[in-house]
Design a protein around this ligand. Structure first.
Ligand code: FES
Length: 340
């Protein structure tokens, strides 16, 4: 019965093909458009390194400095930061505050934030000398530019990215630093900062008077510290260069919009006071993300339809054409379609 065998064979093949097709469509409703090789289109990460913690020391009240050692470490410029993968797996960014010429170690410092998101507590309480930590970077989005003169404003731990800048300035550079903190004991690296130029450094315990800050024409203004201080500096000197390590909390001007996740066949609402990432994670808890602060690029997603309101400074123009960082960016209209 060769004919019957052929019919059975053909029927079996057709059944298998139909099943495979159904499975394929379940994976991507975009079929037959090819699925991305990876379900999320995250930015390629920089090479990860495993470094040894060789120092974990308190350098001011509530501030710990870490020294991470390795070999032939990538070089960095003042203003750069490092991604640290903490023992729980969360990733946090810390400004490098050591010597850029030292290719055998990186130094970072962090203040314990009592009601923070948990990163600083992990560094203070769980990271210990002898432990290995994964790091990525360094990356720099706060570079020291050439200018006629410089004005630096630091609030507490915000001194960390500014310290290597102060050290790197030419001897004859004109600069001033306003360094504010709760009290001297809680201000890291104060002694070193004062040694760099006592007549150029103003130390303030408590709220600084920004009106007293003289900024001459052509001066570059840099600020890093608590959000309130940076907002005040920005209000007074709109061209200020800022380094933020916490998400902006204001939802002013935001509106609600809809996001369709085409691959998953779901549609969500993003409220004015929340983010696309938060809405996506409610539906897809495994969606990739890390810093939630437009630093790491992990949450980058391909956008299939809709106009994007980019709120990051990380993506290139090419990437912005058809993708967005869902932790910060939003829709310009009332709808976006994401390839997830
Ligand atoms: S989660 Fe890091 S850039 Fe969005």
């Amino acid at each position: 019965m060769p004919k019957l065998r052929t019919v059975v064979l053909l029927a079996g093949t057709a059944l298998l093909a139909r099943r495979a097709l159904r499975r394929r469509i379940q994976v991507s409703p975009l079929w037959p458009m090819p699925a991305l090789e990876e379900p999320t289109s995250g930015r390629p990460r920089s090479r990860a390194l495993r470094l040894l913690v060789t120092a974990h020391e308190t350098v001011a009240d509530g501030v710990v400095r870490l020294r991470l050692e390795g070999r032939d470490l990538p070089r960095w410029e003042p203003g750069a930061h490092l991604d640290l993968v903490l023992p729980s797996g969360i990733v946090r960014q810390y400004s490098l505050c050591g010597d850029p010429e030292d290719t055998s170690s990186y130094t970072v410092a962090t203040r314990l934030v009592e009601n923070g998101r948990g990163g600083s507590r992990e560094v203070h309480e769980q990271v210990t000398e002898g432990m290995e930590l994964e790091v990525r970077g360094p990356r720099n989005r706060f570079p020291l530019i050439e200018a006629q003169s410089y004005v630096f404003v630091a609030g507490g731990i915000g001194i960390t990215p500014l310290l290597p800048m102060l050290r790197a300035l030419p001897r004859d550079a004109e600069w001033r630093l306003l360094y504010a903190g709760r009290e001297r004991a809680s201000m890291p690296f104060l002694e070193e900062v004062e040694k760099l130029g006592r007549d150029r450094v103003t130390v303030v315990e408590g709220r600084p008077d920004l009106d007293a800050l003289e900024v001459s024409e052509g001066a570059a203004v840099y600020a890093c510290g608590p959000e309130g201080l940076m907002a005040a500096v920005e209000a007074q000197f709109p061209a200020v260069r800022l380094e933020r390590f916490a998400p902006r909390t204001s939802s002013e001007g935001n509106t609600e919009f809809e996001v369709e996740l085409r691959r998953s066949g779901r549609t969500l609402t993003v409220p004015a006071d929340s983010t696309v990432l938060a809405a996506v994670r409610r539906e897809l808890p495994a969606a990739a993300y890390s810093c939630e602060q437009e630093f790491c690029g992990t949450c980058q997603q391909r956008v299939l339809e809709g106009e994007i309101d980019h709120r990051d400074e990380l993506l290139t123009d090419g990437e912005r054409a058809d993708s967005m960082l869902i932790c910060v960016s939003r829709a310009r209209g009332d709808r976006l379609v994401l390839d997830m």
